[in-house]
Design a protein around this ligand. Structure first.
Ligand code: ZN
Length: 787
């Protein structure tokens, strides 16, 4: 999902942990302070399921969950009635005595753990304040009768199965233990009230359009889903508290969705019965869309506006099938316009489709389907070819959320209610829409196909996806205003107080968007552009995606694959960026200029004298001279001797003889080095931020030339706090100034100590006027007059 949705959901809750950062920031895993210490002792030990290379092991396994679901949507009561048959295949080596099923809708029961344990913060923005929408949620969630009514849990033959509901999970006790390699089939029946998304937040729900009295439904986390069972955590049955998303199994789905006959349904999967639910004309338009060069309207605006007016009493059932997906979502409304365009390239052969109410025009008809196709075009290059037959973007109440083949995206233009044809939108809405579609469609790759455990690790899908999103945005137009990805955009966060490492469980993350989206996305971009180079990074990142598509990777699998495929030791990078809250702040503290001492007294004597004479004269001497002081030796020359004639810089023949003797004792190559006329510079750096990083230098010379030098991070291996580098340059190359990180590519949080010599900092001083006290007498003037 997007952070915007998340903020709406969490309201002001996010910022309320002042003062805890120091304790959290202390990294218990880096006890020695050795920033290049290898990660083996911190990562799980490789085994036959997960190899040391980061690839799936030779005995890798995962469970399979297949679903056959019938669901009916009640448009009058905004309620779902449904039943499902789940076939669960135990591919693990273990025998299972019970199964865990996720009941996500129970999150909306008034007494859910998610509701009871949700902290509130009325100080985050200003003392004693809370956003309207956050308070609305507090009020509405108290009374809303959400959550499942489970009407049946039975085996394949209809016999009741013993089950225990534990908040958002349900344990089903099996009459016979499920052995390795065996399958079990069972049925669940349920009903629930659909939430009003704008009131309760969340990743699905309905939107009511007051003007025409219609509803638009975005339906997700709507069916009891198998909890994931895996080699790392056993059952992933951590409760759904609202933030940590989902851990799911792949499977095949057949879903029959019964809705009012005038509704249009968008769904995961491929429509199996178009002749039952679409008109002949709509089917013809879909056929045409397969090879069209631009989106084709399947339901036009005029048709959608016509649909809005009536309320069909008849019902229609849309049947969809989906193969090898980890979840299933759908949307339904009589308000939908629908456009489509086929996209076929490499291994991808898919129909990109958008569904939106007329309130979404003119933005949605222009950008949505284009953005879907653009996303696949770019993600395919960096990951793998999009494998599913459809890719959908739906406009409704949800700000941004992803499901296999289908995404929910929020931004819409503003409508002038006086004249509804007048529609405008802000720059933020336009790029917000394109970005959120790229983001949510991108989630098809991470985590819908590269199936990481979202309940545990938010960064594994949000961070990786946001990273490729940045690449896709930059390929949309030259000056695309990407919010995340560029190193300089993460600096304020990296400097901030309330931080936890990226490697933190989803529920405990502070500054969620920056931590789980912005920082990992930026770290990967820096890894690509600055540390590894594009070729090595792209190869390794693609290798990770290919290795783990349709499988379940863990963080170590990512870290290990990136090193395994590139041949680079990146343990320092993972340790610094993912396991600590250190930031990058490299300072250039001093530059020393050397020329080689010749040891020849006739050269060195005058050199020393010259430097001695360059020293400022002492003030005592200056004032004595000004006072025309007379000295005793001036009046009595007999007091002078040898030392009054010769100083320590004078060269004697004895000095010369010693020099020649010394030369005789040297090897030829040693004598040659004494004649080197190079300029030698020693640059001293300190690491103030704690993160070790490459040192990128721009060296400017007095002759107007300039040079860029990229020193790998390994320069910090022996001392991560201070380091020095020697540069040997020709005799005419005189260094004028040095800049560290001249392109701002490392997220260095203080660029002023990157300059040698230091420079004067330019800024603007903003003047402001003191506020006057409020004059109550003036406010009351009118009322007083009337009295
Ligand atoms: Zn997301």
């Amino acid at each position: 999902m997007t952070i915007k949705t998340l903020c709406r959901r969490l309201g002001a809750v996010l910022l309320g942990f002042a003062g805890t950062s120091a304790a959290i920031a202390a990294d218990p895993l880096n006890v020695t302070g050795d920033k290049f210490r290898q990660l083996e002792e911190l990562l799980p030990t490789p085994n036959t399921y997960r190899a040391a290379s980061g690839a799936p092991g030779h005995e890798y396994w995962q469970q399979q969950a297949d679903y056959d679901i019938k669901v009916s949507l009640d448009d009058d009561k905004q309620r779902i009635t449904a039943s499902e048959t789940i076939t669960y295949t135990n591919n693990s080596p273990d025998t299972l005595r019970y199964l865990w099923v996720q009941l996500d809708q129970n999150r909306f029961k008034p007494n859910s753990s998610g509701n009871l344990a949700a902290p509130v913060d009325v100080e985050s923005i200003a003392p004693d304040t809370i956003p309207f929408r956050s308070f609305r949620r507090e009020v509405v969630s108290r009374d809303f009768q959400g959550g499942y009514d489970i009407t049946k849990v039975a085996d394949a033959r209809g016999r009741d199965l013993r089950h225990t509901i534990v908040d958002t999970n349900m344990r089903i006790d099996l009459p016979q233990p499920l052995k390795s390699g065996d399958s079990v089939t069972f049925q669940i029946g349920w009903e629930y009230n659909i939430i009003e998304q704008k009131a309760l937040g969340g990743r699905s729900g309905y939107e009511y359009f007051e003007r025409d009295g219609n509803y638009l439904y975005e339906i997700a986390q709507w069916f009891p889903r198998m909890a994931a069972y895996n080699d790392v955590s056993g059952w992933q049955n951590k409760q759904f508290l609202g933030r940590g998303e989902f851990a799911l199994e792949f499977g095949d789905y057949r879903v029959a969705i019964e809705v009012p006959a005038d509704h249009i349904v968008a769904s995961t999967g491929v429509l199996q019965n178009p002749e039952d639910v679409l008109t002949r004309e709509q089917r013809a338009r879909l056929k045409k869309a397969e090879t069209a060069k631009k989106p084709v309207m399947i339901v036009t605006k005029e048709e959608a506006l016509e649909n809005e007016k009536d309320r069909a009493t008849a019902r229609k059932t849309w049947v969809f099938e989906a193969e090898n997906v980890r979840d299933f979502a759908w949307a339904s409304s009589r308000k939908f316009l629908w456009d489509a365009q086929g996209y076929k390239k490499g291994g991808t052969d898919t129909m990109a489709m958008s569904y939106y109410p007329e309130e979404g025009t003119p933005l949605w008809d222009k950008y949505s389907t284009e953005a879907i196709i653009h996303t696949m075009e770019v993600f395919n290059r960096y990951s793998f070819d999009y494998p599913y037959p459809t890719s959908i973007s739906v406009n409704g109440p949800v700000g941004g959320m992803e499901y296999p083949m289908i995404t929910f995206n929020g931004p819409r233009p503003e409508i002038d209610e006086e004249d509804r044809s007048k529609r405008t939108y802000s720059r933020r809405t336009k790029y917000g829409l394109i970005s959120v579609i790229i983001h949510e469609v991108g989630h098809n790759y991470y985590p819908m196909i590269v199936n990481s455990d979202e309940r545990q690790w938010t960064w594994m899908d949000e961070g990786l996806n946001t990273y490729v999103q940045f690449l896709a945005e930059q390929e949309w137009e030259e000056k695309y205003p990407s919010r995340r990805g560029d190193a300089r955009k993460i600096i304020e966060y990296m400097k901030s107080e309330n931080q936890v490492p990226i490697m933190t469980n989803s529920e405990s993350i502070l500054q969620f968007g920056n931590n789980a989206y912005g920082k990992p996305a930026t770290a990967l971009n820096i890894l690509r552009e600055t540390v590894m180079g594009r070729e090595l990074f792209d190869f390794a990142f693609r290798e990770y995606s290919q290795r783990w598509k349709f499988k379940r990777p863990m963080p170590a699998d990512f870290f290990r694959t990136m090193e395994d495929a590139s041949g680079m030791d990146l343990d320092w990078f993972w340790r610094g960026w993912f396991y600590t809250t250190d930031n990058v702040d490299i300072s250039i503290d001093a530059v020393k200029h050397y020329t080689v001492g010749t040891k020849d007294p006739d050269v060195e004597g005058p050199w020393k004298r010259e430097h001695f004479e360059e020293e400022p004269e002492s003030v005592t001497k200056q004032k004595n001279r000004a006072n025309k002081m007379t000295r005793i030796v001036d009046g009595k020359p007999e007091l002078a001797d040898f030392y009054n004639e010769h100083d320590e810089f004078d060269v004697s023949n004895a000095d010369r003889n010693r020099y020649r003797g010394m030369l005789d004792g040297l090897e030829d190559w040693e004598r040659d080095l004494l004649k080197v006329e190079s300029n030698v510079y020693v640059l001293n750096f300190s690491n103030i931020g704690g993160l070790v990083m490459p040192i990128i230098l721009k060296l400017d010379y007095t002759d107007g030339s300039s040079e860029e030098l990229r020193i790998p991070a390994e320069i910090w291996t022996r001392n991560a706090a201070k380091t020095s580098k020697m540069l040997v340059r020709g005799k005419d190359k005189l260094l004028k100034s040095v800049v560290v990180d001249p392109h701002w590519e490392t997220a260095d949080v203080d660029v002023e100590n990157n300059h040698y010599p230091r420079r004067i900092i330019k800024s603007r001083l903003e003047l402001f006027k003191d506020e006057k006290a409020r004059n109550l007498m003036k406010d009351w003037q009118e009322e007083l007059k009337e009295d």
